[in-house]
Write a protein that binds this ligand. Sequence first.
Ligand code: SAH
Length: 246
Amino acid sequence: MGSACPAGSGEREAFEAARREMVERQLRPRGIHSPQVLDAMLAVPRHEFVPADCRAEAYSDQPLPIGLGQTISQPLMVATMTEALALTGRDRVLEIGTGSGYQTAVLALLAGEVYSIEYLPELAEAARQRLARLGFANVHVREGDGGLGWSEAAPFEAILVAAAAPDPPPPLVAQLTEGGRMVIPVGCGVYQELLRIERNAGRIRRRTLDWCRFVPLRGSHGWGQTVPAEVEGGLAGRSRQRPGGR
Ligand code: SAH
């Protein structure tokens, strides 16, 4: 990663302090233990990925708007999904829903190569330019329907889907290697289940990690024109309350 941060040294130190606080107050106490994931969260300048008028809130415990009705995911959600992928440093990773490119940058520090697909051309272009400016050389961003995967680059050891789907898209499951892992929010309610899927000996194991709120997955394996109203209001964060819970 380069040092293209335009902030002056005082501002840079303030952002670094905010990042340390994010790790110590939002991530570690809430179950993020992987030193590699915590280091990556400490290293990526989240303030570079939010709109200029949100910079002061860049390290707060929430998703933030990035335009076109989309959000940059809550830091805890980024760390939770990244940790669940158990990356080794050499993996080829597919990400669906580049958004701002923040999650892409975190993955890039922990993976061999990251392939990221964004549905909205404007966001894809902005993220591509931002990641290049910040010196992330092992990322490939393209616009398109991520539900179809990236067959030319498949298979992947890990797949991260950052938008809520009705079900895990079959083309993505098919693009996992043996032993490959996928994290994906699934469901049609206000809250979705954050699923971890692992492919082993031809079998698919599914486990629920948490509840979350995400923006809807568009395209052929997403919600099409019939996004349920509950999913439409998604945010890309962890739910504070479980459905039916206290
Ligand atoms: N993790 C990102 C935020 C993701 S928000 C970040 O931290 O900035 C979810 C993104 O998924 C949105 O940008 C949305 O446009 C995109 N998206 C929705 N459906 C998609 C699809 N079928 N293929 C690719 N991207 C999709």
